[in-house]
Design a protein around this ligand. Structure first.
Ligand SMILES: C[S@@+](CC[C@H](N)C(=O)[O-])C[C@H]1O[C@@H](n2cnc3c(N)ncnc32)[C@H](O)[C@@H]1O
Length: 414
């Protein structure tokens, strides 16, 4: 999400007072009430409370009702937030260049994009790969939201109709034997997290219960052995004092493990906002990173506007790397977004571009140049997306080059 719509952490300083958020209209309100009834029903069946990760999974992905599953706008100016591929095609064009290098080294293969949002990145990556004469055999998309699958198809049909036949929507993970590139932009941050808080030196987990007319928090001992053990390990490693609150993204780790089940050879590029673990659990980041986005306003109250707002948390890239190594994958690169994009040709693309193609011979009008300069700034400036967003390359049986990490590779920070 771009800085304009997202305070990018800033230790929550820019978080909005929730009483000043815009009111949803009647239709949205009715939709939300339906989802609230659905979740409250689940709570009742579970004996009164559900863990926060379960609540977040329902709020975002309950079939036909969750934020990502139902039909609200979400992406872009008229939605709740803007992501890098929505901001500028230059982002996807740089990714396409990294895809070309990997597919060339492998002697061909496929691209698989997880969580393709509006479909704009798929369309722009495909268009650039066509220009570079390196189209993948298939461009597969694995998307959990039925509504977004339809949006993605529409976008591709409009932007690159002649390439639609190469795009395949998968219903589940591919069978073992996948060769190629996996792309996941802002997917891990949208996965349900466990929230915890330290009380009297002990980790407590966040649960959610129904309180008369609204959802309310309840802090209890962690329900599962896995969460409990992970929190104990964090407590031993970092100085988390009473009142310290943060998150644990086990779904992201499971997702990394799932990559190893189908990848035979290739590279997975994970792009998201986040930090190495020592920064993620920094003593000053004492309220965690959980954020909600509603109509370009950010706040930290996930139990309201149920199904109408995005809920997200930053990514602990050390945990992602550890999960990868455990699963038998390699960790081949870690760079901030600015360095990755510059290393994959952002400056050249911007210089010779009307942002849709390389038109060195054309007279590029000044307005377009200013627009492109603004996009480059948003993608790369440390105060925008350049520093907070990271790119991590995980690999399986791939020892070819990765140009995105040639400028700077910061794996030693993990
Ligand atoms: C914040 S949006 C990002 C969309 C898009 N990648 C972009 O950059 O504009 C998160 C996306 O991840 C999808 N998603 C979340 N968990 C997923 C999973 N386990 N597998 C596939 N898609 C997932 C959501 O449905 C949504 O499309």
């Amino acid at each position: 999400m771009s800085q304009s719509s997202h305070p990018m952490d800033k230790l929550r300083a820019a978080s909005q007072d929730v009483s000043r958020l815009p009111e949803p209209d009647d239709e949205a309100q009715a939709h939300s009430e339906q989802l609230v009834r659905h979740i409250a029903g689940e709570m009742e069946a579970a004996g009164g409370v559900i863990s926060f990760d379960h609540f977040m999974a329902q709020a975002l992905y309950a079939p036909a009702l969750g934020y990502y599953s139902a039909g609200s706008r979400k992406f872009g100016e008229s939605g709740d937030f803007v992501t890098a591929p929505e901001l500028s095609p230059l982002f996807s064009r740089c990714l396409a260049r990294q895809c070309r290098e990997v597919l060339n080294s492998l002697g061909g293969g496929e691209v698989l994009e997880f969580g393709a949002g509006s479909g704009v990145m798929a369309a722009d990556v495909l268009a650039e790969m066509e220009t570079l004469d390196c189209l993948p055999q298939r461009y597969c998309i694995l998307e959990v939201s039925a509504d977004l699958k339809a949006r993605q198809k529409e976008t591709i049909e409009v932007k690159v109709p002649h390439l639609l036949e190469r795009v395949v929507w998968l219903e589940r993970l591919p069978e073992p034997g996948f060769r190629g590139v996996v792309l996941a932009n802002e997917v891990l941050d949208a996965m349900p997290v466990h929230c915890f808080r330290i009380e009297d030196g002990e980790p407590k987990e966040l649960f959610v219960r129904w309180q008369g007319e609204r959802f309310a928090s309840q802090w209890l001992a962690p329900a599962s052995e896995r969460v409990s053990q992970r929190l104990e390990a964090l407590l031993q490693k970092y100085s988390l004092t009473d009142g310290y609150a943060s998150e644990l993204n086990l779904a992201a780790e499971d997702w990394v493990h799932s990559l190893a089940t189908f990848m035979e050879a290739g590279v997975a590029l994970i792009i998201d906002y986040g930090f190495p673990q020592h920064e993620f659990y920094h003593p000053e980041r004492s309220e965690g990173t959980l954020m909600c986005h509603y109509r370009h306003r950010s706040h930290s109250e996930p139990l309201i506007l149920v199904g109408l707002q995005d809920i997200t948390s930053h990514v602990d890239f050390t945990a992602v790397a550890e999960a990868a190594l455990e699963a038998g994958l390699g960790v081949r690169g870690f760079a901030n977004q600015a360095n990755f994009l510059l290393a994959t040709g952002l400056t050249e693309l911007a210089a010779c571009s009307d942002s849709n193609g390389c038109n060195e011979d054309d007279e590029v009008d000044i307005r377009k140049q200013l627009e492109i300069a603004a996009q480059v700034k948003q993608l790369t400036l440390p105060s925008e997306m350049g520093e907070l967003f990271k790119v991590m390359a995980l690999s399986k049986d791939y020892d070819g080059p990765l140009q995105g990490f040639m400028l700077r590779d910061e794996r030693s920070r993990l």
